[in-house]
Design a protein around this ligand. Structure first.
Ligand code: C2O
Length: 534
């Protein structure tokens, strides 16, 4: 294994999209930012130097961070922010994962422009468990706002209203064709007939789950969230923010130009975002004026398409890559997630949107939880996060009369190596919505999902404990539930939240605290000497 050094310099850069130029916060002036390339077992060292007037942190989304929680990145959870003029060395090793992940800023809404790919190749000499592609391509989906996104989120927090939706869905930073504006292009995937391509597709969008489709071509999914899957063929990918899907594409249409469509899956009544991001797949030797072959875009509320896609995902579960699903459960938890309304004297209409887990809306602490835990600083958090919802009701039916939630900085405590079964139930208080829910520090197995209310008597009998998909972010279906299992084998403090940034901002977040084990190598490593202070 190798040590790989990267320098991430955070600078403002003027970028033109949708016919307007604005300064954005970037890593190394790039959009998307630089790709981290590594092999399994490599040690990654990233020096992040902050040259902007905002506090920054970077999260290596999906990297297990075994015993290295200090390098995980969520601001005020595992570290204090890197302040203007300061730097911090993220130091971690890639263990037991291969495939595609992403990195992104993890403070306020800076991840709208600070994101990039992580590619983890197998160890030297170890082949992929699928046919070797001729070429590999990274495709990162994102969102673009014409306005300054820090102003967008600040205004939403002041008024209590939902933030403005984005103005474009982007592919590798490109907004697609803009009428009457010649200054920018669309993303184009150039292919040669007869060749196969491994597409590493990443959803780095902020508030949208997305469908990804290429006209005239099927895709064979082989890996999600850096865990291999049983191959399956589909004409559309479905990815929540933070999710990655690696798929094989065979260029077998000879010649021509084909539409690549990135369209939202959006079932909320609050903000309807109908924009489709556009790119092109173009065969070599295709004439410049050749017409584009189009495709049918899944409807905005295509819950059935998302269900079929999610249920088709299975762990590869081969001899080399077994699915180690926990078969016993030490902690059986039920978390209800969703958005409600709290009174707010200073807000527009006297109320504000809040989001909560088990009726607790998370208050960000002013010092990092991991530091408070490690040094035994009291008064920062409590470890009484409820294992069950505080107000039980029919979650997917009539909304309850009490839409309010309480606030708190609570964590749920887990013994080292204990096993967890967590049922995540959408509470539909304001509206039925889908939530891509992300767990830091662990991969989990998505053992079951369903629409309606989770039935603790019947549903567990249908759980897949053989080859459930292994991932770090799972979509909790609209007006439904998802069940996950994981083993708490990573000591530290691990953020758990909806990866729709608007919901995170409103409080749909909490953290698991995993205590050290008895053995010294079951303990979190000491903090790096340059760890930022609050
Ligand atoms: Cu990709 Cu806590 O996030």
């Amino acid at each position: 294994c190798k040590i790989r050094h990267y320098n991430f310099t955070v600078i403002l850069k003027n970028i033109t999209r949708l016919c307007a130029t604005k300064p954005i916060v970037t890593v190394n002036g790039q959009l998307p930012g630089p790709t981290l390339y590594a092999r399994e077992d490599d040690n990654i060292l990233v020096r992040v130097t902050n040259h902007v007037q905002y506090n920054v942190t970077i999260h290596w989304h999906g990297v297990r961070q075994l015993r290295t929680g200090w390098s995980d990145g969520p601001a005020y959870i595992t570290q204090c922010p890197i302040q203007p003029g300061q730097n911090f060395l993220y130091n971690f090793t890639l263990t037991g994962q291969r495939g595609t992940l992403l990195w992104h800023a993890h403070i306020s809404w800076l991840r709208t422009t600070m994101y990039g790919a992580i590619v983890i190749l197998p160890r030297k000499g170890v082949p992929y468990p699928f046919p070797k592609p001729d070429k590999e391509k990274i495709i990162i989906l994102g969102e673009w706002w014409k306005a300054d996104t820090e102003a967008v989120v600040n205004q939403a927090m002041q008024t209590g209203l939902p933030p403005n939706i984005s103005d474009a869905h982007t592919i590798n930073g490109h907004s697609g064709p803009v009428p009457n504006c010649s200054s920018e292009g669309a993303y184009t995937l150039h292919v040669e007939n007869g060749k196969t391509y491994l597409l590493r597709v990443i959803n780095a969008a902020v508030n949208d789950e997305l469908f990804f489709k290429i006209a005239g071509h099927n895709l064979t999914v082989v890996e999600v969230d850096a865990a291999y899957t049983k191959p399956f063929k589909t004409n559309a990918l479905f990815l929540g923010p933070g999710q990655t899907t690696t798929a094989l594409l065979t260029a077998d249409q000879g010649i021509g130009k084909y539409l690549i469509a990135v369209s939202p899956f959006m079932d909320t009544i609050v903000a309807v975002d109908k924009l489709t991001g556009i790119g092109f797949l173009r065969y070599n030797h295709t004439l410049a004026f050749a017409p584009t072959t189009l495709t049918i875009i899944p409807p905005l509320n295509a819950t059935s398409v998302t269900s079929v896609f999610s249920e088709s995902l299975r762990s590869l579960n081969s001899k080399e890559y077994p699915a180690n699903v926990p078969l016993t459960v030490d902690h059986s938890l039920v978390f209800t997630i969703g958005v409600g309304i709290n009174p707010c004297a200073t807000c527009f209409n006297g109320s504000r949107a809040v989001a909560a887990i088990n009726n607790v809306s998370f208050d960000m602490p002013t010092t990092a939880l991991l530091q408070a835990h490690y040094y035994g600083i009291s008064g920062i958090f409590t470890d009484d996060f409820p294992a069950k919802p505080l107000i039980p009701f029919n979650y997917t039916g009539t909304p309850p009369s009490n839409l309010q939630t309480m606030n708190g900085t609570r964590v749920y405590r887990l013994a080292y190596n204990s096993t967890v079964q967590l049922v995540i139930q959408g509470n539909s208080i304001l509206a039925p919505e889908s939530h891509p829910t992300h767990q830091h520090g662990f991969n989990f197995f998505a053992v079951g999902r369903g629409l309606g209310n989770f039935d603790p008597g019947k549903d567990p009998q249908k759980f897949n404990l053989v080859d459930p998909v292994e991932r770090n972010t799972v979509s909790v279906p609209t007006a439904g539930w998802t069940a996950i299992r994981f083993r708490a084998d990573n000591p530290g403090v691990w953020f758990f939240h909806c990866h729709l940034e608007v919901h995170t901002t409103w409080g749909l977040k909490m953290a698991f605290l995993v205590d050290n084990g008895k053995d010294p190598n079951e303990s979190i490593l000491p903090p790096p000497s340059d760890l930022p202070q609050c």
